[in-house]
Write a protein that binds this ligand. Structure first.
Ligand code: IDP
Ligand code: MG
Length: 137
């Protein structure tokens, strides 16, 4: 089976009308969108998705942010797509994310308790399979 990853256009990206921009970058790279859902995430879903961050100081602000509006969940396929999308997304902090990346080109620091950075991408094939199971139940 081809490698898959989970991409999320987070609520800030949806509010800023960047769904098309994110998907266009994925498609221009040559990866293939094979499923897509508009989701109003619950606290339960987000606690499962962000289980590695439970207990961290930014966890509660992160959950509140991710519940502040709809998220678009995208299943993306292609050889090396997990690493490849992380590279397209750029570093977590949009202030220092490289220009040319989604976060570097489109994100900035808004002075909030949580970093708003437009997209999520799974960090390993194991995470991808786990996360796809959560968002595409
Ligand atoms: P990633 O999204 O680049 O994989 P993670 O470390 O997995 O980054 O963190 C998940 C999300 O939590 C980030 O995308 C960002 O929205 C938020 N976040 C991560 N670290 C911090 C922090 O130190 N302060 C505030 N928010 C953070
Ligand atoms: Mg992560």
């Amino acid at each position: 089976m081809t490698e898959q990853t989970l991409v999320l256009v987070k609520p800030d990206g949806v509010r800023r009308n960047l769904i098309g921009e994110v998907i266009a970058r994925i498609e221009r790279k040559g990866y293939v969108v094979t499923d897509l859902r508009y989701v109003s995430a619950t606290r339960e879903l987000l606690t499962e998705h962000y289980e590695e961050h439970v207990g961290k100081p930014f966890f509660e602000p992160l959950v509140e942010f991710m519940m502040s509006g709809p998220t678009v969940a995208v299943r993306v396929e292609g050889n090396g797509v997990v690493e490849g999308f992380r590279s397209l997304a750029g570093a977590t902090n949009p202030t220092t994310a490289a220009p040319g990346t989604i976060r570097g080109d489109l994100g900035r620091d808004w002075g909030k308790a949580v970093i708003e950075n437009i997209v999520h991408g799974s960090d390993s094939t194991l995470s991808a399979d786990r996360e796809l199971g959560i968002w595409f139940k």
